[in-house]
Design a protein around this ligand. Sequence first.
Ligand code: XLS
Ligand code: NI
Ligand code: NI
Length: 436
Amino acid sequence: MNEFFPEVTTIKYEGADSKNPLSFKHYKADEKVLGKTMAEHLRFAVCYWHTFKGLGDDPFGGPTMIRSYNASSDPMKVAEDTMYAAFEFFTKLGVNFWCFHDRDIAPEADNLAETNRRLDKIVPIAKKLQDESGIKLLWGTTNAFSHRRFLAGASTNPSPSVFAYAASQVKKAMEITHELGGAGYVFWGGREGYETLLNTDIKRELEHMGIFMNMAADYKKEIGFGGDLYIEPKPKEPTKHQYDFDAGNCYAFLQKYDLLDDFKLNIEANHATLAGHSFLHELQYSIANGIFGSVDANRGDLLLGWDTDQFPTDIYDTTLAMYIILKAGGFTKGGLNFDAHLRRQSIDPVDLFYAHIGAIDCFARGLKNAEKMINDGRVEQIVKDRYAGWNSGIGNEIETGNANFSKLEKYTLEHGEPKLQSGRQELIENIINEYI
Ligand code: XLS
Ligand code: NI
Ligand code: NI
């Protein structure tokens, strides 16, 4: 079998002092942190689209990256070679999961039946490679935004025929995700939004999306797919406004269409910042509302206002993200999917390894820092103390529904001006820097 990344052998843990760029300095898959191995906690996934199908093109120029698995003029040969290259990459990198869109793994043909036949040729290869390597599918998804038929959205398209097409596509993508034993299935509504309100019936479009997602939840049950369903919030791009704007919008949508039992969220760091939130905010908000599921681990560039999908490098961010996730019980079926791509100038295949190694080590450090934070407990104690007033007395009466406005007026007249306390922000920031 010919290799697609012959210049790289298996990436190993060599410790923080190693100068070998093709080694992990912090990620040791089987090292235990708070009772579980690092691999079990972090559940890293490589994404198929950026890593194997993204070739450095941007709105101003074509591909810059040349890959041996792309060489054939036969698109199905490219699809096959890419699948072998992908599993070679996952194996050499040492991750346990991957993620894909239907159209990443097999190119679209002239009609749906032929497109599905193409998937049926590729999926058994993926299955064989999964079985041989032990690498699993974190989630599958549908690309219902690239083809011109989806120019005005998929489930929110003004045309019911496009809605039907998208439904057929999700049906098949869910079936192959099930076939590959996927732990989840993602909905990212790339064009589920609008360019202008002048031609848009928001009420109707949202209702259609609600119907669509209910059909998806029903189909999951119909085929016995055991993975979690996720919505991935993003505020805009390519649309001016996307309906799944942020975790808050998704939560309202899930409540309105009675989907809270069926869906969780896949939180992407760069989408959070595009929505004017921090990554931590989106994590905290979804955890607080019981809809946290999985993470697209990347980062944006605050000086560029778009989804730059860079690899995570900020240890402060990964520390706090892992702290929040661990305190919420950790991942169950979700994980950390590197929805990130190389910069246009990083043209060598080895750059794919550098990028993923850096991101994996960045989260490994975050995990170990979070362990220190949890074991130390000082930050948690400050937060607990801040809310201690609610554990007894009037606070407890309010929380348990045993107070009303008249009672609270009486309390205030008796007790007078409330005693204030410091928020301790700077102290907390100092403590966090001790762990990093
Ligand atoms: C695009 C999204 C996309 C989803 C999967 O911005 O992040 O890559 O993760 O469709
Ligand atoms: Ni994403
Ligand atoms: Ni994105």
